[in-house]
Ligand binder design. Structure first.
Ligand code: FE2
Ligand code: FE2
Length: 297
């Protein structure tokens, strides 16, 4: 049994002061206004409590599905790296970037500045990255793209989807339990079209053809449970709320999922902020009824 911690959307606070001067494009200025409106919805102290709870549960691996930053400034990426280091060595923590981590176009050299060690074992190569951990393979996608102001869409691109098909087939032949990570939900109805994954249909087609055992995403700041087709039956698609969310701002309070994965089943243990007591603890658990694998069959 493999225990995977899934957390998402920490939206680490921007550095104090006017920000990294000269770095802010129009999109960032707009986002900064939006951030002022919603900053009370995220609290570094809440994130610290969630992070401590993740550490205390000592999972085998941690998956962070994006939006570590707000404006993707270099100063914020430095803060993100420092936070990731508190979760354990980079070989035990996988990051899939979010739209806030790609807010404006960056030259390749400084794209996702310094986060490469958390993308996969191969370092700087292209997505998808893969991490083989015993019977589990984490397949890490990047749906983060720069978008026009007020949009938060994502795109994988034809090349990444094509490589994913080969990779899933290969991992299927190796009889691994394939856990796909990405920021944007690959199923309809979780977020509005303004925030959607543009080529979600292409991803679903590859999953339907090549198979996977579980898909994890963030972006919606909601607990979401969906499914998508595979040759062995429906694949569960799980979204987790933001790891820094405070109660009463239109989204669930901070939460993370401890996901216990074996060939027979997946059990999800939701841990988060109890809004009555302010304490982090277990708030529910469930087994995935749809979970089936070609391996277990
Ligand atoms: Fe987010
Ligand atoms: Fe997002």
């Amino acid at each position: 049994m493999f225990r995977l911690a899934h957390l998402s959307d920490p939206h680490l606070p921007p550095p104090a002061g006017p920000g990294a001067r000269g770095e802010l494009a129009a999109k960032r200025a707009l986002s900064r206004l939006a951030w002022r409106r919603k900053r009370r919805g995220h609290d570094p102290a809440v994130l610290a409590a969630i992070t401590a709870d993740v550490a205390a549960q000592a999972c085998d691996h941690v998956a962070v599905t994006g939006d570590l930053t707000n404006f993707s400034t270099l100063a914020e990426f430095a803060g993100a790296r420092a936070w990731l280091e508190t979760l354990g060595p980079a070989s035990g923590v996988t990051v899939s970037p979010g739209n806030h981590d790609a807010l404006v176009a960056q030259d390749e050299g400084r794209r996702f500045a310094g986060l490469a060690p958390w993308f996969g074992d191969a370092g700087d190569g292209d997505f998808p990255h893969v991490r083989r951990r015993g019977e589990v393979a984490l397949v890490n996608l990047c749906s983060a793209i720069p978008t026009p102001p007020l949009f938060a869409t994502g795109r994988l691109g034809a090349q990444q989807i094509e490589r994913l098909a080969d990779l899933l087939s290969e991992l299927g032949r190796e009889k691994r339990l394939r856990v796909v990570l990405l920021h944007h939900p690959p199923v309809d109805g979780v977020v509005s079209r303004r925030k959607a994954l543009i080529d979600a249909a292409g991803l679903r087609e590859v999953l339907a053809r090549c198979g996977a055992e579980l898909v994890l995403h963030g972006h919606g700041h909601e607990a979401a449970f969906g499914k998508t087709a595979s040759p062995a039956g429906p694949i569960p698609v799980l979204g987790v709320p933001s790891a820094s969310a405070t109660p009463g701002h239109g989204h669930p309070a901070a939460r993370w999922h401890a996901i216990e994965i074996s060939a027979a089943q997946v059990e999800v243990i939701a841990r988060g902020l109890d809004t009555a007591t302010g304490v982090i603890g277990e708030i529910g658990r469930y087994r995935l009824p749809a979970f089936r694998t070609g391996i277990a069959a």
